[in-house]
Design a protein around this ligand. Sequence first.
Ligand SMILES: O=C(O)CCC(=O)C(=O)O
Ligand SMILES: [Fe+2]
Length: 280
Amino acid sequence: MREYQLPDSSQVEQFREQGLLVLPQFYDLDEWIRPVQRGIYQIIGHVMDRHGIPDDRPPFNGDNFDSGYQQLIAMNRSWGGEIYDAVKQIPAFIRLLGHPAHEQIMQTLHPGCMPGVAAGGYGIRIDNPGEEKFRALWHQEYPAQLRSLNGIVFWSPLVPVTPELGPVQFCPGSHVEGPLPVKTTDSDGRSAAYALKLADEQAHIAKYLKISPLSSPGDLVLIDFLVLHASGVNNGDRSRWSLQFRYFDFAEPVGKSHGWKGSYASGVDFRSVHPELCAD
Ligand SMILES: O=C(O)CCC(=O)C(=O)O
Ligand SMILES: [Fe+2]
């Protein structure tokens, strides 16, 4: 990111109104995105090797970074889990998420904030075709992550997101409702943060227009911690790979009052931090 464009005043306004902002081609592809893709390509190779699968993939060229992945998970789905756990530890990904540009975006969108990186709040999603188990249902980020009410999910695709790949859906403007009650008991076999379920989901969602912006590698999508969003359904023939990491605000009073606790991913029981937001 030798050069990058911080949001201008009309984009700041748009983020305030919608709780959502897309910054097209924010990241220089060669400098920031290719190294992450190369790391994924290499990890897929190591996982193949670990399981005695011959590596006959074409050489890495960027766009083919996930070559071999679809065949691997068809052989054994748990190998996909190994890859998922591994790729968030690629140094080029950690360098990207730690770049000062993200603190500057936080300061531009939340003047006076003190940015923090949500521990355990970063990773690389792999939304596989036809898989329902890990699809994010309608949610606000705050209950799933806690840390502070002020926060931004930085979301960036590693593949061109077409309608078939199930782009993330948003209810622009829904962040103005503040944190909404959730049900914390597991209903359909989902675990951890996936078990938090927005109470009266349909009633909330019905009030808003839903949008599913398409995006491609290099684009950056900024998601307010309180805006309602959900994974789309992947009906395509490849996985939808995307980066996400989260910045919160140490200066925000609610986060400060509970000591910037994290939620499920850091072993905290949401019910003990926000009993008033538990619908059950
Ligand atoms: O990429 C997705 O499907 C969901 C993303 C999401 O909910 C998030 O990054 O917070
Ligand atoms: Fe989310």
